[in-house]
Structure formats: C-alpha cells, structure tokens
Design a protein around this ligand. Sequence first.
Ligand code: URA
Length: 268
Amino acid sequence: MRTPDRDAEDDYEDYGDDEDRDTLTDVPGGVRLQKVLAEAGIGSRRHCEELIGAGRVEVDGQTVRRFGARVDPEHQVIKVDGKRIPAKPGLVYLAFNKPPKVLTAMSDDRGRKTVTDYLGDRSERLFHIGRLDYDTEGLMLLTNDGELAHRLAHPSFEVAKTYLAEVTGPVPKDLGRRLQAGIELDDGIATADRFRVIDRSGNRTLVEITLHEGRKHIVRRMLAAAGHPVSRLVRTDVGPIRLGNLKPGVSRDLTTREIGELYAAVGL
Ligand code: URA
C-alpha cells in the first residue's frame, strides 16, 4: 500500500467546490488526486490540476473538479478523458519484441531461451499475455496486472492481432476473400478480419493478416490450409499496441495512453 502522501504539497490550501466533497474523494489516508495522476505519467502536477479543473478526471465514475481530493489508487478506478490510468503503484506493462527461437515462457526446464532471458533482473513477477510460437517473432505484452492479463488472454475479450507473414508462392487474387470467408481447419473454421498483400518478390509474398483468433499456430495453419505455407511470421499489433521500431530482444514500457487503450479494449 502506498503511504499517505505527506509532502510539501499537503500544505496547500484545499480549494474548489466543497459540495464535491464526498466519500469517493475524501478517502482517509488517501493520496492527492493530482499526485496520483502525475505519478501515472499524465504530466506535471500543474498540468494534472488543470485536467481536474477542466472536469476531465473521473474517480469511480464520478467527475472530480476539487483539487483537494484524496483518493485510493489501489482500489479506485481513475480515468482521464474517459480512459483508465494505471494508478495502482508497482504495476508494470511492457511491450517486448520476441526474437525467433525464444520460448514464450518465463522459464524452461530444457534450457531453451525464454522471455525472461531478455528482461534483465526485473524483480516483478511478470506474466506474458498470450503466446507466440517458438519460431514466431514480434510483439508480446508482459505485465504483473493480473486482471488485465486475464482479460486480454480470455477468448470472450479476444482483441485483434495483426501479423506479417512471408509465404511461399505468388498468392492468387482471391486469397483474402477466402481467408475472410473462413478456412476449414481440423479444429473448426478460422476467419481473418482483414488481409492484404504487402509485397511480392519471386516465389515469396509478404502478406498482412488480422484476426481475433487465439488458437495454437492459427496463422500458420490458416495460410498452409490455403496452400501458402509460412516461412516467417511476425506479430506487429496486439489490440491498440504496435510493435513499431522496437528492436528484437528489446522491451519498452507502454505509455499511459496505451495502457488506457488496453483497459478500454477489455472493458476495464
Ligand atoms: N499464429 C501462429 O501461427 N503462430 C503464432 O505464434 C501466433 C499466431
């Protein structure tokens, strides 16, 4: 639990509309709202005060305009412009570019390289959200926010994921239509949301495919079933998060905006 904030700013006079005062924002031992916002990376305290004054901040669904508000960031849902912010101290959200030949696991009893080998000596207990095959590269999200990880991995919240796949052969014009109509696999039909050809060269084609599916080897199986085995697969997007130019083997902290978008994608 974060210790109650007792810094110099506590000497400031509370001001604002006293009618706003209520149990939501007068949490005993709570932390000043502008401090919670600033620590979540929203901006300077001055900027956060402006956001509060402009009515852009909500605590548990209620707009708070009073600067003296004290809240409980461990348990209350705090939103800026309707997007939840990661207010709870100690939570970590990472985007990682998984190289090929790395196991999606935090350890392996057969001694293969795992995601942990790339995270340095972080002390948090991180979970990977979903899996990438041993040979598949690209964007993987890691967090110690159990609720978010659980929802992102749960089929009922399946967020869209986008992949770049290098496939064998020139692909026929109707491949996208077939994938979007649904391809029969041995465990049922799989459907792409979007598909496009990015580049063609010789006997190789680079395609982009987006789908909500989370089944094992799903992209490789769909493209193989359509007659175009995958020789290289890279995940570029998970819901609102993009791989961008993150280098293989490197991780970065998600921004507060990205975290808010992830929360929104799973109804948190
Ligand atoms: N589809 C695959 O075939 N492999 C992955 O790693 C992810 C999706």
